[in-house]
Design a protein around this ligand. Structure first.
Ligand code: PLP
Length: 404
């Protein structure tokens, strides 16, 4: 890459909350850099520039038609009021069936609460689980909001560096090394964002044994379930009935803007989770929930599987091309729709790298600094949430930017 700027990234990326001196706990919470990239990309588009979008963690496909039609019917029927805080019983029953069919589990519907996206679920669980002053183990890199939510609860994110050599997921041994006196629990994701890495079943067993022996709670983010390219995609609930799970209608079900997700909590926490849901959100969106019922019909499921196949094709293409460009990738992208690429051969400042790519080459990607404090400067995340033609254009522009 020529004329490489050594200074800061995209404007706004480094603004710190601390500098503004708010009285609350927001101090230390970082901006979501991917959104800064998206805003800047939109600004450039308004100026007439053509941008290839590989930034947002959001499927490019619009929500499947059967779901859209169900939403129209819900609206026409006037289904617009608040619902129960934990969601409508029919949708919770659909999820009971979902766990039965996909994971061979019999979960009582009471243990499943519908939330405002996985984000709403994480908010409820952070209030339920995170005690001020305690520590929470999580990987570096991982989804940025985990660190923010733990900090907002007055606790300490305890970052566990994982790399290509660990397949970007922790082992029980690594967790043991990161565990401190105040560690109270762990927040893990499989498949993970930004790496798509899946924790294999045996490794999950060992992590669970270790956490149980230590008396730590386990929160597993299964938001990318369904969007996996490995044969075995276990839920932690198959291994530990005591784990807390968060999941989403955003990704596999393609419903980002509808703001729906769910959590599964152990029996003894159901009441507290309900109280938190009432206080934080009153209820999830009523007509979104009605619409989501259609996501469990065969017609919609067929569309999801077609889309998963399209993501797999994009993954195969992008992984091969990035490899040719000299970017180091995980051994295999096992899930989600991200390529987490090492750019150390080109730069040690991923924010400047992303700025250069966006401003001068019209490709929007996310700096690795969004996902951790460690070596995020050597990584970027490329989302294959755009069609093959756009991906080819993106790769072409990347090749030119890197002088390859
Ligand atoms: C790992 C992970 N968890 C949770 C979320 C939040 O998703 P939503 O609130 O749209 O369900 C995301 C979004 O990108 C994510 O990547």
């Amino acid at each position: 890459m020529r004329a490489f700027p050594a200074t800061t990234g995209i404007p706004g990326m480094n603004s710190t909350i601390a500098a503004r001196n708010f009285p609350g706990r927001i101090e230390g919470v970082n901006p979501f850099r991917v959104l800064v990239v998206l805003n800047r990309a939109a600004e450039l588009e308004r100026q007439g520039r053509k941008i290839v979008h590989m930034g947002a963690g959001e499927p490019d496909f619009s929500t499947a038609e059967p779901i859209r039609e169900a939403a129209k019917r819900a609206l026409d029927a006037g289904f617009t009021q608040y619902t129960q805080a934990a969601g409508i019983p029919e949708l919770r029953e659909c999820l009971v069936a979902h766990y039965r069919e996909r994971h061979g589990l019999e979960l009582p519907a009471e243990r499943i609460l519908i939330t405002l996206g996985a984000s709403g679920g994480l908010a409820i669980l952070s209030h339920l689980l995170v005690r001020p002053g305690s520590g929470v183990l999580m990987t570096d890199p991982s989804y940025p909001c985990y660190r923010s939510l733990v900090r907002l609860a007055g606790a300490e994110p305890q970052l566990l560096p994982v790399g290509v050599e660990d397949d970007f997921q922790p082992t029980a041994e690594l967790l043991e090394q990161g565990c401190r006196g105040n560690t109270a629990g762990l927040w893990l994701a499989s498949p993970g964002n930004p790496t798509g890495a899946v924790i294999p079943r045996q490794q999950l067993h060992r992590i669970n044994d270790w956490a149980e022996a230590k008396g730590l709670y386990q929160l597993f983010d299964e938001t990318y379930h369904g969007l996996h390219y490995v044969d075995d995609m276990p839920s932690i609930l198959e291994i530990s009935p005591r784990a807390f799970v968060v999941n989403s209608f955003s990704k596999y079900f393609g419903m980002t803007g509808w703001r729906l997700g769910w959590i599964v909590v152990p029996e003894e926490h159901v009441e507290a989770a309900n109280i938190l849901a009432q206080n934080l959100f009153i209820s999830p969106s009523s007509f979104s929930q009605r619409a989501a019922l259609a996501a469990f019909e065969p017609e919609a499921q067929q569309i999801f599987e077609q889309r998963r196949a399209a993501f797999r094709e994009r993954r195969d293409y992008l992984a091969a091309e990035l490899g040719k460009l000299g970017m180091l990738l995980p051994r295999e992208i096992q899930g989600a729709f991200y390529a987490y690429a090492n750019i150390a051969a080109f730069s040690n400042d991923s924010e400047a790298f992303c700025r250069e790519l966006l401003e001068n080459h019209g490709v929007a990607i996310t700096p690795g600094t969004d996902f951790g404090d460690g070596n995020g400067n050597e990584y970027v995340r490329l989302a294959f949430t755009t069609g093959m033609e756009e991906l080819r254009l993106g790769v072409e522009r990347l090749r030119r930017a890197l002088d390859r």
